[in-house]
Each structure stands twice: as structure tokens, then as C-alpha cells.
Design a protein around this ligand. Structure first.
Ligand code: HEM
Length: 132
């Protein structure tokens, strides 16, 4: 279902996701929040990771627009305790880093757009986080 929130978020992401600098900035912020997070990516090819995240955020946006959760469930598996072992407490820092990066890169970003992002993608983040 294309709700107003999901439409606002789709357009906001469209203003950001074609810039590699968006994803560079996101990971700088995210890793800057904790040495433990930085450590998790110490062996990661970050150029490939940026492309994977571009798609991952798109999955969250598409889920808000009614797409089935299949791909988010797969991300839940890979991030769970039997996978990368990403503890649920890390997801709020991930979301903070995303909102900070959106605020910098989306020229139209404001508090209303931030609230739309929160309402639209929190359910999808929960699917990944709660698979832990
Ligand atoms: C890998 C998305 C949250 C750490 C990935 C991949 C995607 C992705 C698409 C690559 C596909 C895969 O390996 O399954 C997301 C999304 C998140 C999220 C959409 C939020 C809802 C987190 C958090 C952490 C994290 C909170 C750490 C605190 C990792 C690591 C990898 C990874 C360590 C593997 C890197 C490697 O291959 O070396 N993530 N992620 N992710 N993610 Fe996440």
C-alpha cells in the first residue's frame, strides 16, 4: 500500500541514494558511534558493502510500500546470533546514523520527513532486529 509516509520516504531516498558519498558518510557516522561497530567491519570490502546497503535500505522502503518481507527476513537471518551476531541494541545507532546522513544529503529534509522515515521503516528494521 502506498501510504503518504512511504511516498515521502521513497522520494527522500531517491534524492540521496545515487550518491556514493551518502553511503560513505553513513558508514563513517555509524562506525564513529562505537569501536565495537567499527570492529565488525574491519575485514569488510566497504565499497561492496555500500552497494549492498543501498539495496538493503531500498528493501526497507519497499516493505513500507507493501512488498513482502522475504528479503528482510533473509537479512534478519544473516544478522542474527547464528550469523554476524548483531545484537538488537545496535539498531538504534544504525537508525540514528541513517537519519543524520539523510539530514545532510536530502536538501528537503525536515522534521516531518524525519517522522515519515521513522513511521515507515521502523517495522522493517524490527523484522531484521527481532530475528536475533
Ligand atoms: C551486512 C543491511 C544493520 C553489521 C549487511 C548487508 C546488508 C545489510 C544488505 C549485506 C547482505 C548480507 O550480508 O546479508 C543492513 C540493514 C540494517 C543493518 C538494512 C538495519 C536495519 C546492521 C547493524 C550492524 C550491521 C546494526 C552492526 C552493528 C553488518 C555486518 C555485515 C552486514 C558486520 C557483514 C559485513 C561483511 O560482509 O563483512 N547489512 N544492516 N548491520 N551488516 Fe548490516
Amino acid at each position: 500500500m502506498i501510504t503518504p509516509d512511504s511516498d515521502i520516504v521513497f522520494q527522500s531516498y531517491g534524492r540521496c541514494c545515487n550518491q556514493d558519498a551518502f553511503f560513505v558518510d553513513f558508514y563513517d557516522r555509524f562506525m564513529g558511534k562505537s569501536d565495537e561497530i567499527r570492529n565488525l567491519f574491519r575485514a569488510t570490502d566497504m565499497s561492496a558493502q555500500r552497494h549492498l546497503l543501498r539495496n538493503g535500505i531500498m528493501q526497507l522502503v519497499l516493505h513500507a510500500r507493501g512488498m513482502p518481507a522475504t528479503k528482510l527476513k533473509a537479512l534478519g537471518e544473516s544478522h542474527s546470533r547464528t550469523g554476524y551476531n548483531i545484537e538488537p541494541r545496535w539498531y538504534s545507532l544504525w537508525f540514528d546514523a541513517l537519519l543524520e546522513t539523510l539530514a545532510k544529503f536530502d536538501p528537503q529534509f525536515n522534521n516531518d520527513i524525519e517522522q515519515s522515515w521513522r513511521r515507515a521503516i521502523e517495522p522493517g528494521i524490527s523484522i531484521i532486529r527481532d530475528s536475533y
